[in-house]
Write a protein that binds this ligand. Structure first.
Ligand code: AHR
Length: 336
């Protein structure tokens, strides 16, 4: 069921002492403490939830804000011992990190999968070890939903649709030629945003004339845009799957002697500060938000899982959208 973010106050109300009772209770009920072996995490013993988090990488401003939210929330004061690793956008590094968390016997594993497929074997290993898994930000493509407890994150298809609907509303009838800067190949946001955008412009005369991955980074967004500009002299619009690639495209467009936001319109997804500033400055035309502040929801779900409470399988984070005027209003109080 779609819902907004969980109530933060609930988190504050759960004391470390009650967590001790809850986690001890969960271990008793489940027979085996999480992880089973000698090195099992501290959840059952000392009231602290040991959570191993495997992050995608540090590819974008969005990712930096997401990492900060997780590290700022899963603190000792809040009852957590956070083990954090950065996979540098490589699935093999994430699998290695998850295996290491299993060996360490953490209480909970959470991760944001770099790509959608190929997770079943390692998730089965976590399940066999009795360690619950929570997905944040990105989904896995698996037919076995028992391999994870909950998935917290935005609806990426909807984000792509929101971007496409705005483009259709603004530019249908003008024969616009668009290029697309895709996110990391095989990643859920790249697959879903593409699908959502394409479905929203279907039936209009907006045409995607080229599409390539820029791996969610500013540097690759710039390089791919340079290639597009060398190849096509009729680009009207860039749809970038995140702000960083859009910001890279701005650099390429300016270097080619054109004005971003005017000669070539730009639509992106994320709404992080640098993107919002470019939108307010008129260099981007529209941004669909992707909220990176997932730490509080992750903390709440992890506590519930350890307590043996039922959790929602899918928690959809709600996203807004901004045009140039609303970006100017939102910027002064923007959290990320
Ligand atoms: O998975 C979320 C996406 O990953 C963000 O939109 C992008 O900036 C990040 O790299």
């Amino acid at each position: 069921m779609a819902r907004t973010t969980l109530t933060r106050t609930v988190l504050a109300a759960v004391s470390v002492a009650s967590l001790f009772a809850l986690s001890a209770c969960a271990s008793d009920a489940g027979g085996e403490p999480a992880g089973g072996g000698e090195t099992a995490g501290g959840g059952a013993d000392d009231g602290v939830i040991t959570l191993g988090f495997s992050q995608v990488g540090a590819e974008s401003g969005w990712r930096a804000a997401n990492t900060k939210s997780i590290q700022d929330t899963l603190t000792t004061e809040n009852g957590f011992d956070l083990k954090f690793s950065d996979a540098q956008q490589k699935q093999e590094n994430q699998i290695q990190a998850i295996r290491s968390y299993i060996t360490q016997g953490v209480d909970v594993i959470a991760f944001s999968p770099v790509v959608e497929t190929g997770w079943d074997p390692v998730l089965q290993e976590a399940k066999a070890a009795g360690i619950p898994v929570i997905l944040t930000d990105r989904a896995v493509d698996s037919s076995d939903e028992t391999l994870y407890e909950s998935f917290i994150g935005s609806d990426f298809v909807k984000e792509g649709e929101m971007a496409g609907e705005w483009v259709a509303e603004q530019y249908d009838g003008e024969g616009f030629k668009a290029v697309e800067l895709q996110g990391t190949t095989g990643a859920a946001p790249a697959i879903d945003r593409k699908e959502g955008f394409e479905s929203a412009i279907e039936g209009t005369d907006v045409e995607i004339i080229d599409s390539q991955t820029g791996n969610f980074t500013r540097a690759e967004g710039k390089t791919v845009m340079e290639g597009f500009l060398n190849k096509h002299d009729d680009i009207d619009l860039v749809f970038a799957h995140n702000d960083d690639m859009g910001l890279g495209a701005i650099e390429a467009i300016e270097a080619a002697g054109m004005t971003p936001g005017e000669d070539i319109k730009i639509v992106t997804i994320d709404a992080v500060k640098d993107g919002m500033q470019a939108l307010a400055d008129g260099k981007i035309n529209y941004i669909v938000e992707c909220n990176p502040l997932l730490g509080p929801d992750l903390a709440e779900i992890a506590k519930k899982v350890i307590a043996g409470e039922e959790v929602e399988k899918r928690i959809v984070v709600e996203d807004l959208a901004f045009d140039q005027e609303s970006a100017k209003e939102a910027l002064p109080t923007r959290e990320y």
